[in-house]
Design a protein around this ligand. Structure first.
Ligand code: HEM
Length: 124
């Protein structure tokens, strides 16, 4: 049984997904100011490598960044429901437009939504 990573088309799929997602982040009034670097390329690469690893691809994320501890890594950012919604909406547009098997899409989506909920760290 091949991994989710292989079934969706490997690195190319994740590069596309993340680059489209960051194109939305770049114009989003809530999200854009939260990203400390002037260039979003580093953030895009970290998310890409994390997702590849999560879905059974190469473990480059862990080799570069160590254990993900995502909630902890987001603790320094003010993530309220509005920020969560902005992230989820941007991701939703991208995931919806992606050519992929509907069962795999549903699996990807339910993970991303659950993960985004768990990143909320501010009441407002
Ligand atoms: C809920 C809304 C979210 C907001 C507002 C948010 C915002 C951010 C920000 C501002 C950063 C720092 C950018 C950087 O890496 O330089 C970051 C990093 C990151 N985020 Fe999120 N994020 C959210 C949800 C998520 C979710 C759901 C995931 C995973 C499924 C995720 C995965 C990551 C990863 C892997 C990094 C890089 C961590 C590292 O290695 O330092 N984020 N996020």
């Amino acid at each position: 049984m091949s991994s989710f990573y292989e079934q969706v088309g490997g690195e190319e799929f994740f590069v596309d997904l993340v680059s489209q997602f960051y194109a939305h982040v770049a114009t989003d009034p809530i999200l854009r100011p939260m990203y400390p670097e002037s260039d979003l390329k580093g953030a895009a690469l970290r998310l890409q490598q994390f997702l590849e690893q999560y879905w059974g691809g190469p473990t480059t994320y862990q080799e570069n960044r160590g254990h993900p501890r995502l909630r902890m890594r987001h603790a320094g950012f003010h993530i309220n429901v509005a920020a969560r919604d902005a992230w989820v909406n941007a991701m939703h547009v991208v995931v919806d437009a992606t050519q992929m098997d509907p069962t795999l899409r549903a699996q990807l989506w339910s993970y991303l939504e659950m993960a985004a909920d768990s990143m909320v760290n501010q009441p407002d």
